[in-house]
Every structure is written in structure tokens, then in C-alpha cells.
Design a binder for this molecule. Sequence first.
Ligand code: SF4
Length: 490
Amino acid sequence: MNDHSDLKNIEVAIVKGDTPKETFLKGIEILGGISKFIEEGDQVFIKFNLCFPTGFPTNTNFDILDSLITSCKKAGARKVYLGSFPFKGISIDTISKFLNLKEYFSNLGAEIVFLDNSDFFKKKKLKGDQLNEIRNKSFSTVTINEKEYLFPKIIIDSDKFIIINQVNVNPVFKLNLSLLNSYSMVSPKYQDIGSYENLDNRYISNDQYKQDLISNILNVFAIKQPKLVINDFFYLLERAGPYVYRDSNLKKTGVIVLGNNALSVDLITLKILNIDTQNYDLILEANQRGLGNIDFQKINLLGEKIEDINLTINLCEMKLENINLKNIKVNSGQLCSGCYKQAYHLLNFMKTYMTKDLKYNPNNAFLIGNSPLEPERFKNILLFGDCAIKSTKNSNFRKLEKMSKKNTSKKKSTKKKHKSGSQKKEKIKIIANKNILELPGCPPDILNCFELLLQYYGKKNLPNLHFFENLLELVVKPKEKEKLRVMGVI
Ligand code: SF4
């Protein structure tokens, strides 16, 4: 399914402007107009960012999406579909209802695709075999590098495939590039890297999690490559991202990069934002697989010159200790990208949305990775991930010393003994420290961590998280979970 023909004529435009819409349209013109990409009667599929039921900049900027759909229609597209798989456990139907997406796109002459088939969930009381039938009709099984993926047929069958990507900072890959955007063409189940059973130092020191992740991303990308790729960082979340956190900052750059090859568009985006491309593993591996070109000489650069756009952005905090949460001391051992990514999001979430909870619960230690430093005199110890749990099994903090009196007889007899001069002997007992919360997983699942935190601290002590949990039930619906499972989505 890999189409190498585009590699001969790679064009990338760098555009700067006053508004996102104007800048995007200018970029399309520089590339030769939308008719260069869309032909009369085409069925077009647009892959955009659709993570949560929130707006831009977590999801794609709707101003640009609007212009892209209108351009495709003007070029004579017979059908314009849009879609993406959201965050694990959230159905597209739920997001569509929150954001009124079905009506919004319909008014533009386009259609949102419920890739998870969640539009069927409530229509009728569908039974398991009927859901299976719907799944088989909507997905193809594709094998790449001996791995099987359920891939949406509608994307395979579309004449033209476009990626429109909101660029924000990313904890593992520095930036949310279009290659990462393409990953959510498959459901969270097929994005999952899976846990590593026999934890050893090599898995961590080689950062095998990241290597497996890169391999999986590129497998998915190879299934259907886009004809047009738009990296929109006219506005970009820097410092903490890609979601809106307390330390996030929305930076206006006024720049959009677009072209006919995802890898080259990503490469130029990295270059403009002053990120080292020589050691950028995702790009290097994609190049090795022949998925694009990273030779600047072979990319026809149009529009602005890279050297004229001098942009620097603040990337995600690499050291979890520096996220600086009130009342939580973080101790990291040796860890891989899996735990780092999940802990990065959990800690940023806590810092942003659990401020009262942190204030009410002093003295917490958060240990992560293999053999983290032992915490001293902390009230609660949170062990994040299987490595932290297993490597601290014999740590000193697992046990507490408790003083006890040898004589435990009833009051009356105690009085007598006092009178007769007898004395209680103090004894030190070693007991298990119960103020430890284990957050298992390789890496742990964040929604599962929320539940375990609430159980451990109690809902009264975590009012923010308790409130958030109630909100979460509106978007991660238990009844839908089973159906998403049958659909092969989670
Ligand atoms: S538990 Fe965490 S640090 Fe350890 S191997 Fe798994 S993901 Fe990596």
C-alpha cells in the first residue's frame, strides 16, 4: 500500500501570515492550488486531531478545517469525510454530540465518520453478533511487519487522503508531528504497545518501549499515506502539552508548513522550530523504511526561507522532578519512555486540575522507574509502574517500626502490678507500611490511576478528582465501553 511515486517530486511550502485561514489558503496556492491534490469526483478522507471533547488547540483549528473542506468541495470532491480515533474509552459519538460535529460538518457539505461505529450504539439494541457484523463491514485486517491491524475501510477506499495536524509540544517526540497524527487512523487497541512481562534493565536502557512505539506508528502510517499534509503551528502549545495544562503556553508563530510528503513536512517543521533532526529517531526510522525523504537537496522548498523564520519554543519538561507539584516529591529511577509519558501526563493533570487535592494531602512521595531513591519520612508513597513496584519490594520504606508495650493485661491487673513495682517493657515491632499506593502497569493506565487514587485517599480528600470523575462519566461511558470492546476499539 506504500506509494513511493511522490518521493520523486517532494514539495513543501512554508507560509507566514496574519490569520490561520489566510495563511493556509496562501500555502495551498503556493503549492499550485487545491486542484493539484483533488480531482473532480474524488472521495476525500481528512484525518484531523480529535482527542477529547474540547476545542482547539487540543484538536485541530476549525477555521482551517472549514477552509480545507470548502477548498476540496470547490475542486469537485464528490464526498468529503473526516475522522480520527479519540482518547481510549471515549466514543466518537460522545465527542460529536459535545461539539456538535455532525451538524457542523454537514453544514459545510462534509461528513464526520464514526470510525468506532458508535453512531450505531444507541440506534437499536444491537446484539453481539450484529456488532461483529458491523465491525467486519467497516474494517479491513491489514498485516504489516507481521502485525495485524484493524484499519478503517473508508480510509483505504478514499481516492485522496489528507492529514491536517495541530502541532503542539509532545513529551516523547518533542512535537506532535503529522506522523503521530496518522497513528490515530487505528483504534487505541492497535496503538497499544502492550506490557513487558520480564522487566530487565535492557528493556529500559534501550528504551525498547519507544522503539516499539516508533515501529508501530510507522506500520500504521505505511498503510495509507497522505497526498497532502498540513502541519499547523500558527498557534502552538509550548512548555507543557500537547493538552492544556497549567504550565502550557499558547504561542503564536503565524507559520504553517504543508506539502505532499508527511516525512518532509515534519522534517521542515522540526528544522523551523530549531529541533535537532540528525538524531530524531522517528524521522530516521521512517527514512530507513523509504517512507519519505530527509535529504534537503531533494525537497523543493517553496514560500518563506527557513533561515528567515527564527523560532524557538519551550519543549516539555524532560525531568519529572521539575514538574514541581505542591506536596509531592518525585524520585525517578531508571525508566523508559512508557512510564515517563504516562507520569508526565498524570503529574501535569494533578498540577492543573487537582490543586485543592494536593493542598489537603501533604507529604507524598512519587516513585517511578527501576530502583528509585528511597523517600524519607513521607506520609504517603505512590509507586508508579511495575518497575517501581517490583524493584522496591525489599526497600526500607515498605516496613515500619512500631513501639509496643509487652504487658497488655487489663487495667485492674495493670494497677496491681504498678503497685507491686512491676514495669512494662517496650518492644519494637516491624509492621508492613500500609501508606503505600501501588499504581501498576507497564506503563500504568491513567484512568486506572484516577480510580486507585480515589480509593486510597478517599473521595472526601480528593474533591477535585472526585468532581472530575463525575465529569468523566459523561464522556467515558461504562455502557459504551463493552461495545467499543466488541468493535475492536479498546
Ligand atoms: S514499568 Fe514503566 S519504566 Fe518499567 S519497563 Fe514498563 S513502562 Fe518502562
